[in-house]
Design a protein around this ligand. Structure first.
Ligand code: FES
Length: 223
C-alpha cells in the first residue's frame, strides 16, 4: 500500500563501538516520563498496572528481543512492537529508542522515522482502555465527528490538545483510564461509522451504544 519498508541489517560490531555510549544510558524506566513502576508499589496510584517483570530487567528484556529478532526481515519493526507491547502503558520512550538504536547499530533518525510513520507506535503513555474513532471520509459523513466530540466531552478532555490537529488526536484522561485516538480508516467503510474499543471493531456506531460501551469499560474489573 505504498508504505515505507524498514529492513535493517544490524551490525554486531556496533555493540563494541557504542559500549561507552551505552554506559551513559540510564535504566529504561528512570528517565521515561512514565508511570512504569514496580508491580508491588502501593504508594503510586498508577502502580496498578505495574510491569509484568518489575522494573529491573528492562534492558535485559530489550537485549533478548534484539538477539532473537536480529537478521529477520522487518526486524526493527518487530523489535519495537515487542518492546512497546511489553510496556504496561504501551509506549516507547526516547531513552528506549536511543537504547535500541545503539544496540542495533541503527541510526536514531531511522528509529524515529519508524515510530513516527507507523500509527501503531506510541511515544506517550496510553490509557488502560483505548477507543479509536475513525475519521475517514465514509465515517465522517456518517457522524464520526459527533461521536468524537461527545466522547471527548463525556471524558472531560479538552479540545485544545497541544499541537494536535482536530483529525489526528491522541488524548488520555488524567487518571490514565482512557485514551481516545483518531484513525484515518479501518478499512471497514461499509460499517461506518466505525469505532475500535480495545482492539474490538464496532461498526454502525451511535452515541447511545458508544456511551454504553465506554461505561462497561469503565466498570470493567481492573487487572
Ligand atoms: S472511513 Fe471509516 S472505516 Fe473507512
Amino acid at each position: 500500500m505504498g508504505e515505507k519498508t524498514h529492513n535493517v541489517q544490524f551490525s554486531r560490531a556496533s555493540e563494541g563501538t557504542h559500549s561507552q555510549s551505552l554506559a551513559r544510558i540510564p535504566s529504561w524506566p528512570l528517565n521515561c516520563p512514565s508511570r512504569y513502576v514496580d508491580a508491588n508499589s502501593k504508594t503510586q496510584a498508577d502502580g496498578r498496572r505495574g510491569a509484568p517483570n518489575g522494573r529491573a530487567n528492562d534492558h535485559d528484556f530489550i537485549d533478548r528481543v534484539i538477539a532473537r529478532r536480529s537478521g529477520r526481515p522487518g526486524a526493527l519493526l518487530g523489535i519495537l512492537e515487542e518492546i512497546q507491547d511489553h510496556h504496561p502503558q504501551k509506549y516507547i520512550c526516547r531513552d528506549t529508542l536511543r537504547y535500541v538504536a545503539l544496540k542495533t547499530g541503527t541510526p536514531l533518525s531511522q528509529i524515529f522515522s519508524v515510530v513516527t510513520f507507523y500509527a501503531l507506535f506510541n511515544q506517550a503513555p496510553q490509557g488502560e482502555h483505548t477507543i479509536s474513532i475513525c475519521r475517514g471520509t465514509a465515517c465522517h459523513t456518517r457522524g464520526s465527528g459527533g461521536l468524537l466530540e461527545s466522547l471527548r466531552l463525556d471524558l472531560g478532555l479538552h479540545e485544545d490538545a497541544e499541537g494536535q490537529q482536530a483529525d489526528k488526536l491522541t488524548l488520555t484522561t488524567p487518571d490514565g483510564k482512557f485514551t481516545i485516538r483518531t484513525v484515518a480508516c479501518f478499512g471497514q467503510c461499509a460499517m461506518a461509522p466505525v469505532v475500535e474499543l480495545d482492539h474490538r471493531i464496532c461498526g454502525h456506531m451511535n452515541e447511545r451504544v458508544l456511551n454504553r460501551e465506554v461505561e462497561a469499560l469503565n466498570n470493567a474489573e481492573k487487572f
